[in-house]
Write a protein that binds this ligand. Structure first.
Ligand code: HEM
Length: 214
């Protein structure tokens, strides 16, 4: 397997980052929900707080690295089994993940500092980015909680789309994010990842052609 991406598939680095970040984010959502619902003065709160901060900083750093890596290497084309409008939804969802997975940790950090505390990274207290500011902490909390629920919704959408590719469209979209070999069905080969960036008008022309209008 290639280390870097090609126009046809994701390389080992992006695949490893994808699955590690994905699983960490799922854990992070659970930890966030558990510790924000603990009774006041629960002795376990400090432990959950430390885990939540540490995972958040790891996700933030991994996402920045992923973003830089993405800019430095080719990005595989979306499959041609998707209509132009679904390609737009797919691209929008992917960018929303970048915004949320960089914005949520940053917002969490600001919220904790605005409450007058420090973020803990493996027990090490990180510097405060801003001074204590309770009204700001309340506003940032609303964004943090709202962003986390939006993220959970996008994850459901994303997993649903991946399963549709694998089991209904039967193309290689999910497989190319894993070390599994691609499907060799000749129909799949001819419909997916030709790498062409077809536009809406290209698709309409080919529809009309197939109906014998052109
Ligand atoms: C990808 C990163 C992150 C995700 C997905 C995430 C997710 C969540 C979720 C789901 C909640 C519960 C929201 C609710 O009660 O409705 C939460 C709460 C919280 N998060 Fe995060 N978080 C992230 C990063 C961070 C970071 C880096 C910090 C900084 C230490 C942080 C600090 C907090 C705090 C203090 C709360 C509890 C707020 C409260 O109930 O008073 N979060 N987070």
């Amino acid at each position: 397997m290639q280390v870097a991406n090609t126009r046809e598939g994701w390389g080992a680095v992006q695949q490893a980052l994808y699955w590690t970040i994905g699983l960490t984010v799922l854990g992070q959502l659970c930890v966030g929900l558990i510790f924000s619902n603990l009774p006041e003065n629960d002795p376990a709160a400090g432990t959950y707080f430390g885990i939540h901060g540490t995972l958040g900083v790891l996700i933030f750093t991994a996402m920045l690295f992923r973003l830089v890596w993405r800019q430095m290497h080719p990005v595989p084309a979306l499959p041609d089994t998707l209509s132009p409008s679904l390609k737009l939804v797919a691209r929008g969802t992917h960018w929303a993940f970048y915004v949320l997975l960089i914005g949520l940790p940053l917002g969490g950090w600001l919220m904790v500092n605005a409450r007058g505390y420090r973020v803990s990274f493996f027990g090490l207290e990180l510097p405060a980015l801003i001074a204590k500011n309770q009204p700001l902490a309340e506003i940032v909390f609303k964004f943090h909680a709202g962003g986390a629920f939006l993220l959970a919704g996008l994850i459901v959408l994303h997993v649903g789309a991946a399963l549709r590719h694998e089991f209904l469209l039967k193309d290689n979209t999910l497989r190319r994010m894993t070390p599994l070999p691609p499907r060799t069905d000749p129909l799949v080969q001819s419909t997916a990842f030709t790498g062409s960036r077809s536009t809406w008008s290209d698709n309409r022309r080919s529809d009309e052609k197939s109906r014998g209008r052109l």
